[in-house]
Design a protein. Structure first.
Length: 344
């Protein structure tokens, strides 16, 4: 048996813990333990891939675009990031996610489904050297979901209400089988461009036919309230550095300003202004961490006219001054996010 390395005791701890709310709505974890018949084959295959990539902990990219693996030997402090539309499956350990006022927990053989690209805070809450956190992430796009939806004889029922853009569900056998086939496909690089898209389509099929299929369906159905709001979200992601008014975004969504604001808040748990501010600050952090931009350069590039205002809002959001946070994040990036795929 491969001996797990001792977790580093010198990793910098982001100061975002202070930003977590004292009270939040926490969805209860199910009392039923995960079925080991689902967990063990998939966990073994993922662990074998990690060891083939040099072992250790952190983010492990794969040769399949949009398919990544994470392993950690320790609980992590809250980390703010932009969560893309994706399926995040926990194979071992536990994690929590907060976006706006929503607070979701998910653990072994549960999955987080994110339907809209949203700024959020993730945290690994259960991990150790003996029992590390292990998770996989599969990105998906609306076009693929829509293609699968159009081929269904009976689309899933959906409500008219706009709900949060993320939810937690249990991983069943068909979904686990799809993930396992993706992992095994990594051993045959030439087959990836041919077979991986079909497996991702199958994942979309099982999600649409699962208990939360109606929520996925609302994302892909043309002219649904969610689909309309997503258009405006896309504009925010593309033009976050510009000055955008709510009525402009409402026009993109083909809604009245009041209706748009209501549905946007229901979907993202943030106002459009809060959402845009999060995008700006996260992009500024990325520029300082990965491109060595200084504080003023980062501020102006993301749309701030005042570096001092940027520093105040950055410190308020992340709990630490921009320069110090960038140094902390650079160390974390070196440990957790700088790995490249090793070819066979």
């Amino acid at each position: 048996m491969t001996r797990m390395p001792e977790p580093s005791r010198n990793l910098p701890i982001p100061a975002e813990e202070a930003m977590m709310p004292a009270k939040s709505h926490i969805l209860p974890w199910p009392l039923k333990k995960p079925d080991p018949r689902l967990n063990m084959p998939l966990l073994s295959a993922v662990t074998a891939y990690i060891e083939d990539q040099g072992g250790g902990q952190g983010l492990f990219p794969t040769a399949i675009e949009g398919f990544n693996i994470v392993r950690s030997f320790q609980s992590m402090m809250p980390m703010r990031n932009i969560y893309r539309p994706s399926l995040c499956v926990v194979l071992e350990g536990a994690k929590e996610l907060q976006f706006g006022d929503e607070h979701l927990n998910y653990r072994t053989m549960e999955c987080l489904v994110v339907s809209v690209g949203v700024p959020a805070t993730g945290r690994i809450v259960e991990a150790s050297a003996a029992t590390p956190y292990v998770g996989v992430m599969v990105d998906f796009d609306v076009a693929t979901v829509r293609e699968v939806l159009e081929q269904l004889d009976t689309p899933p029922a959906q409500s008219d209400a706009t709900g949060p853009c993320a939810f937690v569900a249990k991983v069943d056998q068909p979904l686990a089988d799809c993930i396992l086939r993706l992992v095994r496909l990594l051993a045959t690089p030439k087959a990836i461009p041919i077979l991986a898209p079909s497996i991702v389509r199958e994942i979309c099929y099982w999600l649409l036919n699962g208990p939360h299929g109606g929520e996925i369906c609302k994302l892909a159905c043309p002219e649904s309230n969610i689909e309309r709001v997503v258009r405006a979200v896309s504009v925010l992601h593309t033009n976050f550095a510009d000055t955008l008014r709510v009525d402009q975004l409402a026009d993109v969504a083909r809604m009245s300003p009041s209706s748009f604001h209501q549905h946007f808040k229901a979907l993202t748990s943030m106002t459009p202004l809060q959402f845009q501010k999060q995008l700006r600050l996260l992009e500024a952090r990325r520029l300082m961490v990965t491109q060595a931009a200084n504080v003023a350069e980062a501020a102006y590039k993301v749309g701030y006219e005042s570096a001092s205002q940027f520093s105040r809002e950055y410190s308020r959001t992340f709990g630490v001054a921009p320069k110090q946070d960038a140094l902390n994040q650079q160390r974390l990036h070196t440990v957790y996010a700088s790995r490249t795929v090793r070819s066979a």
